[in-house]
Ligand binder design. Structure first.
Ligand code: DHE
Length: 510
């Protein structure tokens, strides 16, 4: 009787609701990995999710993501569980995620040894190829820039971001995913050469002008990871922190070719780092060296070690002047400054307002002066600055805030978008570099987000993304804006011309 009563009580008791952690273990762990660090599917850490609103995450869990293996869970999770799981994913894990040198080394994989004899068919100009990042289903397309046809389409790691970087001969492309994967891709054989996971969240990569090194800047953990560019073998990991041990995420790392160095901007600590890869730069320090000899001299402080310029504000993005002596840096709160890399000192504030996107800046000559122009993520304008006087020359109004700006030595026009605008995200604006006036506004696909232009090697055509799923890669005549071709793609984002990149065309990002 006693036993019978107990069974009845158990049956009557409401089932214990599963905790979000248990839901994760049951439904998500196999694909998203233990510790939410990612496996065959992306990491689900707050840093990985910070571009999504909670409602968007709930919707993803409910209905899945088209063109990916992410299925919807509406049939297995109720609305309360979906909400609780979302909130839990947005919190840092109880145990801080770790990704150290041993993890990096263990993740390293060589897929194919490049054949030194490999060549593209003679009919294809290897320097007029484009690499197109398709975010809709995480693929990379290789496009022949003479015939405008796709030569290869390969899957990539989840959420590539930032400009792919090329080896100096243009044969290899280095890609970084937000989830920390760096991949080396061979354009001649259209195969992945090697991959390595350098972090759980990565900002971007740069390739040294001598082709020997790839430097990855990370936000989780806060490190810089140096890789051998030939096969991506990890060489060293530098913790990013100031002399007092305050750690910092990396905002961006770029190659400063004439200086034989990488320059690194930091998001949380007011410092700018320069890391020389010139073997003649001085003695090799065995460990991380934090050098505070600000303004002391012009000598380099060592090979593959950071030397530090102390600033009075952090940098989210930056741009080099053509001499590579000066850095134009900006923070997302709208402060912009000029820094002299040789004397390691901030010189002046730059007269920019809004939220300049200096990483998308271009330079050009006008009436014997070198000008720099960059979009503004908030303002619906292009800011133009004289690089000799550091004075603002013009603010060119566009239909709305945009992300990217491009030009080419051969064309009088600079092309920009308004993709951050509600009403004008389908417009492309052409600015005359001679008059600094808007000459044309194109709307090639009304109602569809259109942005990011790259020129062909000869500057005669532009390739433009209709960033939708499905979307298109449009080819337009660079003078008239007339449509020449359209290639169907899955949310193409950036595209990069080999010649323009390896020759550091003044109209493209570096
Ligand atoms: Fe980017 C480049 C920062 C959001 C697409 N973006 C860069 C670079 C930086 C940067 C520092 C230069 C890296 C390089 O080329 O090596 N991006 C940021 C941000 O801080 C921001 C605003 C917020 C964030 O989420 O990190 C941001 N970026 C986006 C997007 O939402 C875009 C439109 C879509 C996406 O893929 O996430 C986007 N960013 C791009 C692209 C480039 C880029 C296409 C390369 C531009 C180029 O032509 O070189």
């Amino acid at each position: 009787m006693w036993r019978f009563l107990m069974v009845l009580t158990l049956l009557a008791a409401p089932a214990q609701a599963a905790t979000p952690e248990q839901l994760y273990q049951q439904h998500c762990l196999t694909c998203h990995g233990s510790g939410r660090m990612g496996a065959m599917a992306p990491a689900l850490l707050p840093q990985s999710l910070d571009r999504l609103r909670p409602q968007q995450i709930e919707q993803l869990i409910r209905s899945g993501r088209t063109a990916t293996q992410m299925a919807g869970f509406a049939d297995r999770l109720n609305e309360d569980e979906i909400r609780a799981l979302t909130q839990w994913l947005l919190q840092p894990p109880a145990q801080a995620p770790k990704w150290d040198a041993a993890d990096i080394t263990a993740s390293h994989v060589i897929h194919h040894q490049p054949d030194p004899q490999a060549r593209l068919p003679a009919s294809i100009d290897p320097l007029n190829l484009f690499v197109v990042v398709e975010a809709g289903d995480h693929h990379l397309s290789v496009v022949d820039g003479d015939r405008f046809r796709v030569l290869a389409r390969v899957p990539t790691r989840y959420a590539l971001h930032g400009g792919p970087k090329f080896s100096p001969d243009g044969r290899f492309v280095y890609l970084a995913s937000r989830d920390g994967w760096v991949s080396q891709f061979d354009l001649y054989t259209q195969q992945m050469v090697a991959e390595v996971r350098v972090a759980l969240n990565t900002r971007n990569v740069a390739v040294s002008s001598d082709g020997r090194w790839v430097l990855a800047g990370n936000t989780l953990p806060e490190t810089l990871v140096l890789l051998d560019a030939n096969g991506l073998r990890p060489v060293r990991t530098l913790p990013v922190c100031d002399a007092r041990g305050n750690t910092s995420r990396v905002s961006a790392v770029y190659d400063a070719a004439p200086r034989n160095s990488f320059v690194v901007a930091l998001k949380d600590v007011p410092e700018l780092w320069e890391i020389s890869y010139d073997p003649k730069a001085g003695k090799i320090y065995p460990a991380f060296v934090h050098d505070y000899k600000m303004g002391e001299g012009f000598a380099l402080d060592g090979y593959l070690n950071p030397r530090v310029t102390a600033l009075d504000g952090v940098l989210d993005d930056f741009f080099f002047d053509p001499s590579y002596r000066y850095v134009f840096g900006a923070s997302r709160d709208g402060r912009a400054q000029v820094i002299n890399l040789d004397i390691r000192r901030k010189l002046v504030d730059l007269p920019l307002v809004g939220m300049p996107h200096l990483g998308s800046g271009i330079t050009f000559e006008r009436s014997g002066r070198t000008l720099m122009a960059s979009p503004d993520l908030k303002g619906g304008q292009i800011d133009v600055v004289d690089l000799a006087s550091w004075q603002a020359v013009a603010q060119i109004k566009t239909p709305g805030p945009g992300f990217f700006l491009r030009s080419h030595e051969r064309t009088p026009y600079a092309w920009t978008d308004s993709m951050m605008s509600k009403d004008a995200r389908d417009t492309i604006t052409l600015i005359d570099k001679r008059t600094l006036a808007v000459v044309k506004t194109l709307r090639p696909r009304p109602g569809r987000t259109t942005a990011h232009v790259e020129f062909t090697r000869d500057g005669r055509y532009v390739l433009l993304s209709v960033m939708e799923t499905p979307g298109e890669l449009l080819v337009l005549d660079a003078d008239s804006g007339r449509e020449v071709a359209s290639l169907p793609m899955m949310k193409p984002i950036g595209k990069y011309n080999v010649y323009n990149k390896i020759n550091r065309s003044e109209g493209t990002s570096h």
